[in-house]
Ligand binder design. Structure first.
Ligand SMILES: Cc1cc2nc3c(=O)[nH]c(=O)nc-3n(C[C@H](O)[C@H](O)[C@H](O)COP(=O)(O)OP(=O)(O)OC[C@H]3O[C@@H](n4cnc5c(N)ncnc54)[C@H](O)[C@@H]3O)c2cc1C
Length: 411
């Protein structure tokens, strides 16, 4: 059997949005590194494919020309100008382009892009001067030897790769092998969700501004159903629920998803003549409310491995990319000082957690008041003019931040 030995200061394990962003920003800092991923790209990732405002902000950090010159000209990216709340009995409430304002909204706050394409698009921004990227290379074992790591991986062609590294970055998602080695991967159902995805085409009555559609069925607390439209007439349709609620109430989310599609008063008619394009697929969502310790001696976690998904929305692409951006700053200091002990990374967990404080607080509050609070608010409180004005004002600020404000990292 062929074998290869490599040596590096930094080895990133996983090349989804979090790992790839870490690599892109490390390259900006002139730091040589290796990145490996078990998959050959393009690869699918079960996801809603919604690129939220944090993703937009990170894309602008990579290069402010990406959105105007590449994304807006590429039909595989669908710009979305806001969201549509589905209420019961076919009622809807739209939060589209600043409807009550005289200002024109020029920049879309969201995009939808299939992960099969988006993750590879992002990898197109890797700088080969600084990164050696091995696809189809699965890490099977991690050994701590003195103050370094030995990363043992196997390529799809059977070649064994050994990588000696001063530090590792766990960017290998929800089933992280890095986390299994350095921390605790037990699932805490209060801070975790199960979610499903199914691509469809031909759904009736989609919005011309590609508003993403969200529905909080009253019968099922802490869960939501989504329809995220795509330019080609297809849509990413899915449903997710906090695992604690599913367990406590013995809900089966596949059965609920199926019954919503077939019988719900707000959905069934729209799906009556539509066609599913694949089997229903499921995956887990690790919430940031877990406050996972994300660093230690010679290691950092980013993205889902660090449990960084926003618990109220299920968005983890943007937070994953942001953890990559922040991690690169901590790694830069470690490389400069040639020291990879946790003392270099002490503030890393705080620094990534503070980007999601408000969302985490809101989630915890909702869960402590009543799990029904979320759907009550969405079905009643949001449906009023004051909320619309509040939302619109904030949206302007969020868009400005996403397009024009730099994330400041305090080491
Ligand atoms: C149904 C569903 C819907 C969602 N919808 C949205 C949404 O609309 N918007 C949003 O922002 N977020 C959404 N999320 C969350 C989002 O998908 C994740 O937060 C995001 O993919 C995290 O990125 P990541 O880079 O951390 O991990 P991943 O994207 O999971 O990438 C991890 C990579 O690590 C690789 N890997 C794993 N193990 C190994 C190993 N042993 N060796 C080498 N490589 C390995 C994998 O091949 C993979 O490429 C959704 C999640 C689910 C389940």
């Amino acid at each position: 059997m062929d074998s290869v030995s490599l040596k590096t200061k930094v080895c990133i394990i996983g090349a989804g949005p979090a790992g790839t962003s870490t690599s892109i920003f490390l390259s900006r800092m002139g730091i040589d590194h290796i990145m490996v991923d078990a998959a050959e790209f393009p690869r699918d990732k079960i996801c809603g494919d919604g690129l939220d405002i944090k993703t937009v902000r990170m894309l602008n950090h990579i290069d402010p020309d990406i959105i105007p010159n590449e994304i807006l000209k590429n039909p595989e990216f669908t710009p979305s100008w806001g969201f549509r709340l589905l209420l019961e009995n076919k009622k809807t409430m739209d939060f589209g382009r600043f409807p009550t304002s005289k200002e024109q909204q020029l920049e879309p706050p969201l995009f939808i892009a299939k992960r099969m394409m988006f993750d590879q698009f992002l990898q197109g921004k890797l700088d080969k001067t600084f990164v050696q990227f091995f696809q189809g290379t699965k890490v099977i074992e991690l050994l701590r030897i003195d103050t370094d790591w030995k990363v043992l991986a196997k390529r799809n062609d059977g070649t064994e790769i050994t990588i000696d590294a001063n530090m590792i970055v766990g960017a290998d998602g929800d089933h992280s092998i890095v986390l299994k080695n350095v921390g605790e991967r037990m699932i805490n159902r209060l801070h975790y969700a199960g979610a499903l995805r199914q691509y469809w085409k031909g759904i009736d009555n989609m919005h011309p501004d590609n508003l993403i559609e969200i529905y909080f069925p009253k019968k099922y607390p802490m869960s939501y159903f989504w329809i995220f439209p795509q330019n080609n007439g297809e849509a990413n349709v899915g449903y997710g629920m906090t695992s604690k609620i599913a367990a406590d109430k013995s809900f089966n989310i596949r059965e609920i998803f199926d019954s919503l599609l077939k019988t719900d008063s707000s959905l069934a008619e729209r799906f009556a003549n539509a066609t599913p394009l694949e089997e229903v697929k499921g995956w887990g969502i690790p919430f940031a409310s877990l406050n996972r310790q994300a660093s230690g001696d010679g290691w950092l976690l980013v993205g889902d491995a660090a449990s960084m998904v926003i618990p109220t929305t299920g968005e983890g692409i943007g937070t994953g990319m942001m953890t990559g951006y922040i991690a690169a700053h901590f790694i830069e200091r470690a490389v400069k000082q040639n020291c990879y002990e946790n003392s270099m990374f002490t503030n890393y967990t705080r620094e990534i957690q503070r980007r999601v404080t408000d969302d985490v607080k809101l989630y915890k509050r909702l869960m402590s008041v009543s799990p029904n609070a979320m759907s009550f608010i969405m079905n009643n409180v949001v449906n009023n003019q004051l909320f619309r004005l509040y939302f619109e004002n904030n949206l302007k600020k969020w868009i400005h931040t996403a397009y024009h404000k730099k994330v400041e990292v305090t080491l």
